[in-house]
Design a protein around this ligand. Structure first.
Ligand code: SAM
Length: 340
């Protein structure tokens, strides 16, 4: 019997190295799936340490591949680790880890873009949004092509408090192409400030926790990799629907080198563009000659709040799309000139 107060810790038994697993199961990285593996367990341990205290945690690992990060998570004394992997070739190697950690590892062959993690862990883990984050964590080193659409989807879930955030303010530790990590964490005024900076930072506390040099991966990608930690905020800076914030932010950044009024104008039909853009900027108290990267979160909050009021006053406004208007006026012009 364990003595009182003694920690019940788990360590994996000795296993073949990740390099040996790759050889044993012939797991050559597939270029079309942008697979790059981490073989150095000191680095995978570091990623897992940056996720926070995982003692008794329920962890969802996206894209475990040959299982380097998976091993580090299991060694962090978690209650349960659920991994979702798309490529069947990795399943036998993961099964070996499952056998080495009885009752701890659940393997799902599936796609992280569609997997419903909100049904995967016990209901008892759920916390109120205002409470401390639940003991549920998401960790992953995904291909760059998946990590950006996935974080945008998850930010939408944070905003609606559904999906992985049905448990509360679930924390995420994910890797991105360094340039994307820089955008996610860019401050006001920085060159990297972009749509992703606003979408992430108005909903989460976002930290670029460390950079992994490309040479640490097999095969080596063209770029370095940034590991980013996200904790959803109790109170989002902008309290408007995700799609509305996305629309305002997208419009502002589409002309990133111009003054902000240029992109904001595209929120409005041409006939009232100048008048409505002036009204939006004035009511939001935003200087029209600020460049998109100079706008702080407080500016975006004010712009979204005023735009919301304008949409409430004119329910057709939110559906307005300037590209459609442009296309229609072009085809009208062609018809007219063809008819001459
Ligand atoms: N985590 C491993 C590591 O760090 O060595 C593998 C990283 S590799 C960059 C990305 C992994 O994600 C691969 O195993 C790949 O098959 C898997 N993957 C890619 N797209 C996926 C998707 N949509 N759903 C689940 N897994 C995916």
């Amino acid at each position: 019997m364990a003595s009182a107060g003694k920690l019940n810790t788990f360590r994996l038994p000795p296993l073949p190295t990740i390099r040996e697993i790759i050889k044993l199961f012939k797991l050559q990285a597939l270029k079309q799936l942008s697979q790059n593996f981490l073989l150095d367990l000191r680095l995978t341990d570091k990623i897992v340490r940056k996720a926070g205290n995982l003692n008794n945690a329920y962890v969802y690992e996206v894209g475990p591949g040959p299982g380097g990060i998976t091993r580090s998570i299991l060694n962090a004394n978690v209650a349960e680790l659920l991994v979702v992997e798309k490529d069947t070739r990795f399943i036998p190697g993961l099964q070996m880890l499952c056998d080495a950690a009885p009752g701890k590892l659940r393997i799902v062959h599936g796609d992280v873009l569609t997997f419903k993690v909100e049904k995967a862990f016990p209901e008892s883990l759920r916390r109120r949004w205002e409470d401390e984050p639940p003991n549920v964590h998401i960790i992953g080193n995904l291909p760059f092509s998946v990590s950006t659409p996935l974080i945008v989807k998850w930010l939408g879930n944070v905003s609606r408090r559904d999906g992985p955030f049905a448990y509360g303010r679930t924390q995420m530790t994910l890797s991105f192409q360094k340039e994307v990590a820089d955008r996610l964490t860019a401050n006001t005024g920085s060159k990297q400030r972009s749509r992703l900076s606003i979408m992430a930072q108005h909903l989460c506390s976002v930290q670029h926790v460390f950079t992994i040099p490309g040479k640490a991966f097999i095969p080596k990608p063209e770029v370095d990799v940034g590991v980013v930690h996200f904790t959803p905020l109790v109170q989002p800076t902008i309290q408007q629907p995700f799609e509305l914030v996305e629309k305002v932010v997208q419009n502002v950044f589409q002309f990133r080198r111009k003054y902000c009024y240029r992109g904001l104008g595209m929120l409005f039909p041409e006939a009232q563009r100048s008048e409505n853009t002036g009204k939006l900027l004035q009511l939001a108290d935003v200087d029209p000659t600020l460049r998109p990267c100079q706008l702080a979160l407080s500016h975006f909050k004010a712009l979204c709040d005023v735009y919301r009021k304008m949409c409430d006053e004119d329910p057709s406004l939110f559906a307005y799309n300037f590209r459609q208007e442009l296309k229609q006026s072009k085809s009208r012009g062609q018809e007219e000139s063809g008819g001459l």
